[in-house]
Design a protein around this ligand. Structure first.
Ligand SMILES: [Zn+2]
Length: 255
C-alpha cells in the first residue's frame, strides 16, 4: 500500500524528466543531422555585423574569393537559406571561409557598422582586402567590445595576413585554437586548425605541424560528430598531412 503510494507520487517527476530527455535528444539529433545550423545556436546578442573572410590562396576558388570581405547585418544572416556566397564553391573540398560576428566598438568598425546600416535594404556591403586590414589594425583592444570581439578579430587578422605576414597569421590561429571556448567561437576552430597546419607544413615546421595535427585528432575524434566538427574530407586532409610529415620526419635540411 505504502509502496504504491510512493510510486504514484514520484511518477509525474519521472515522466517530466523523461520528457526533457526526449526533447534534448531530438535537439541533438537535429543538430547532428545539420537541420539546425550552428548559426541558429549562436548567441546573437551583442553582434552588430558579420564579416565573411576567406584566406588569399591559389587554392581558393573564384566564388569564395569574390565573397571574401562581405559584411552582413545580423538580420540578413538570420534569413532562411542565407549563404555568404553568391554562387557555389567550386572545390570538391570547400574553401575555408569564416563568418565572424563582431560588436565592433572601435573607430574603424563603427564606420563599417554605419555604412552597413546605410545599406540596410540590401543587408550587406563589401570591403576590399585593404579595408579589412584597416579594420583589424584599428585600436580594437582599447574599445568597449575588446572582450566580445577578441577571438573574432584574431581569426580575421590571421586570414587577412597569410600572404603578407605569416607570423601574424600563425599567432592569430594559435590564439583561436587556445581560446575559442564559447559556442559562438567553436565554428572558427576547424578553419584555424586547418589553415595553421597548412602554414606550418608549407614553412617546413614539421614537428610543430605534427603536434598540431595530433591535437586536432584528440579534439575531434573521428567516431564523434557535432555541429562544429570537421567534415570527413577535412579529417582526411589532416590525416594525409600527418602521413606526409611522418614519412619526411627524418629528413634533415642539408647544411
Ligand atoms: Zn570555394
Amino acid at each position: 500500500m505504502f509502496e504504491s503510494f510512493e510510486f504514484s507520487a514520484v511518477m509525474p517527476y519521472v515522466v517530466a524528466i523523461l520528457g526533457l530527455v526526449v526533447v534534448w535528444q531530438y535537439y541533438q539529433m537535429q543538430i547532428m543531422a545539420g537541420r539546425i545550423l550552428a548559426v541558429d545556436i549562436f548567441d546573437r546578442s551583442g553582434i552588430r555585423m558579420y564579416v565573411y573572410v576567406v584566406p588569399e590562396d591559389e587554392e581558393t576558388c573564384e566564388a569564395c574569393s569574390v565573397a571574401s570581405g562581405q559584411v552582413f547585418l545580423p538580420s540578413h544572416v538570420a534569413k532562411e537559406g542565407f549563404s555568404p556566397l553568391h554562387g557555389t564553391c567550386q572545390r570538391p573540398v570547400p574553401c575555408l571561409g569564416v563568418l565572424v560576428g563582431l560588436y565592433g566598438g572601435w573607430l574603424e568598425a563603427r564606420g563599417i557598422v554605419e555604412r552597413l546600416r546605410a545599406s540596410a535594404k540590401k543587408g550587406w556591403i563589401r570591403l576590399s582586402a585593404e579595408e579589412l586590414r584597416v579594420l583589424v589594425n584599428g585600436q580594437w583592444e582599447m574599445s568597449i567590445s575588446a572582450e566580445t570581439d577578441r577571438v573574432g578579430v584574431h581569426i580575421l587578422e590571421a586570414m587577412c595576413y597569410e600572404k603578407i605576414n605569416q607570423v601574424v597569421s600563425v599567432t592569430g590561429y594559435r590564439y583561436v585554437i587556445n581560446e575559442a571556448k564559447e559556442v559562438r567561437h567553436l565554428l572558427l576552430l576547424v578553419p584555424a586548425y586547418l589553415r595553421l597546419a597548412l602554414l606550418l607544413v608549407r614553412s617546413g615546421e614539421k614537428e610543430e605541424a605534427l603536434e598540431l595535427i595530433e591535437r586536432f585528432e584528440t579534439r575531434f575524434p573521428t567516431r564523434k560528430r557535432g555541429p562544429h566538427f570537421p567534415t570527413r574530407e577535412q579529417q582526411n586532409i589532416m590525416k594525409t598531412r600527418k602521413m606526409f610529415l611522418l614519412e619526411n620526419r627524418q629528413e634533415k635540411v642539408p647544411a
